[in-house]
Ligand binder design. Structure first.
Ligand SMILES: Nc1nc2c(ncn2[C@@H]2O[C@H](COP(=O)(O)OP(=O)(O)OP(=O)(O)O)[C@@H](O)[C@H]2O)c(=O)[nH]1
Ligand SMILES: [Mg+2]
Length: 242
């Protein structure tokens, strides 16, 4: 059954940091998925950069965007990590439904179709995946399980399965209501806390998470410590955030 939905334009925000040439086939695949919806769309490519750090991504994205008007580049001097890039991309997105996905190829872009279909039902403000199979190693699985348990311990009335999984998909209105500020690695946590604070209706669908074959993992214990520190900080903040 073809449904009429209130969404006219779709945005996909891709975090391209350090993806370099790998980003080209990834973006092509996302565009194919968006074309199949027969709806208007844009792909926001976030290629923010640190000064003095070798990264061909901004130049590659610039070139891609000249050839294809559906691509919207966001290329700024970085003032933060993943969260900062994500917020800068989400702010640039103009769609009625806005998806956020990593550009390192770990997340199957096919999930976007499934997420869009659920959002189009009109029942939810926010939809995300949760990972039932992960191929990025036991260490990461362990860290992730630790983080999620800890999150639930500090925020016992949250029922999310897998905080950090993406793609995450928002309605424009839901995203507008959210007060996202985290420029670090806790942004996914902050998004989920906003879903709870604003009492948004949400759904989670299962997915698999791939191993990165073309580069070593960026995540180290420093990032993990930052996330644990942020958990406590945000516990404190959310006692007062109304
Ligand atoms: N490491 C890192 N990633 C960033 C930064 N800004 C944006 N990103 C993007 O954030 C996304 C998630 O970061 P990842 O390092 O892949 O995090 P992860 O998938 O949990 O861990 P690994 O893939 O194992 O490194 C990637 O698509 C990056 O391109 C940044 O400053 N540092
Ligand atoms: Mg990754």
């Amino acid at each position: 059954m073809k449904q009429m939905n209130k969404f006219r334009k779709l945005s996909v925000v891709v975090l391209c940091y350090k993806s370099e040439e790998e980003i080209i086939p990834f973006v092509n695949l996302i565009e194919k998925i968006l074309l199949a919806t027969k709806m208007d769309y844009e792909i926001v490519l976030v290629a923010n950069y640190f000064i003095n750090r070798e990264d061909r991504t901004p130049a590659i994205i610039k070139k891609m965007a000249i050839k294809n008007k559906k691509l919207k580049p966001v290329i700024k001097l970085k003032k933060g990590m993943m969260g900062w890039d994500a917020i800068s991309g989400l702010n640039a997105a103009t769609g009625d439904a806005i998806a956020l996905i990593d550009g390192d190829g770990q997340m199957p872009p096919e999930d976007l179709t499934r997420l869009f279909n659920i959002l189009f039902s009109g029942e939810f403000d926010f939809v995300k995946t949760f990972r039932i199979k992960r191929f990025d190693g036991y260490q990461r699985i362990l860290m992730s399980s630790f983080f999620n348990r800890f999150f639930r311990l500090l925020f016992p009335n949250t029922f999310f399965r897998d905080i950090n999984s993406k793609p995450k998909l928002f309605t424009k209105d839901a995203l507008k209501k959210m007060d996202l500020k985290c420029g670090g690695w806790f942004l996914d946590g902050e998004i989920m806390l906003e879903v709870k604070r604003l009492d948004l209706s949400f759904a989670e669908i299962p997915t698999t998470f791939r191993e990165i074959e073309w580069r070593a993992s960026f995540i180290n214990w420093k990032a993990v410590l930052e996330m644990i520190y942020s958990l406590f900080k945000y516990r404190f903040i959310y006692w007062f955030r109304k």
